[in-house]
Ligand binder design. Structure first.
Ligand code: RTP
Ligand code: MG
Length: 148
């Protein structure tokens, strides 16, 4: 089953949005298979955002994601990578549609509440950057037979 890495960023944590965000993915029918409340180190932040290393906002990005605790998660389900990107909305919260997480809760690009992997390869890379294999919990849910 497909998996993705989602993370409530420091602004989402400070604004008490963890519960609301988790609820959206639960209600959709995706399954939470890993979660941890952590302070991201500079080293992990730099690896996580390696694709943006040359961008002018890279330092700002690393400073922000290490500025406070985050809620890191692994979610599982059919099409979860692309669908969670849709549920998050566009990078810029002012462009993100109402009904999306960024569209409903964010205002500026550099404080956009949530991170989500943008493809299969980044999902794999990010999951293994933040989670050890044994920290991911595989289990059967009765509810699944009503979703699939
Ligand atoms: P994310 O990686 O956080 O899920 O966001 P994303 O895929 O929608 O956006 P991405 O292009 O990967 O950019 C990563 C994060 O960098 C910040 N950003 N700032 N100042 C700027 O022009 C700018 N552009 C991007 C955003 O916080 C974005 O989430
Ligand atoms: Mg991205």
């Amino acid at each position: 089953m497909e998996r993705t890495f989602l993370m409530v960023k420091p602004d989402g944590v400070q604004r008490n949005l963890i519960g609301k965000i988790v609820t959206r993915f639960e209600e959709k029918g995706f399954q939470l298979v890993g979660a941890k409340f952590i302070h991201v180190s500079e080293n992990i932040a730099e690896q996580h955002y390696a694709e943006h290393k040359e961008k002018p906002f890279f330092t700002e990005l690393v400073d922000f994601i290490t500025s406070g605790p985050v809620f890191a998660m692994v979610w599982q389900g059919e099409g979860v990578i692309a669908k969670s990107r849709l549920m998050m909305g566009k990078t810029d919260p002012l462009e993100a549609l109402p009904g999306t997480i960024r569209g409903d809760f964010g205002v500026v690009k550099h404080k956009n509440i949530i991170h989500g992997s943008d493809g299969r390869e980044s999902a794999q890379r990010e999951i293994s950057l933040f989670f050890r294999e044994e920290e991911i919990v595989e289990y059967n849910k009765l509810l699944d037979s009503w979703i699939y």
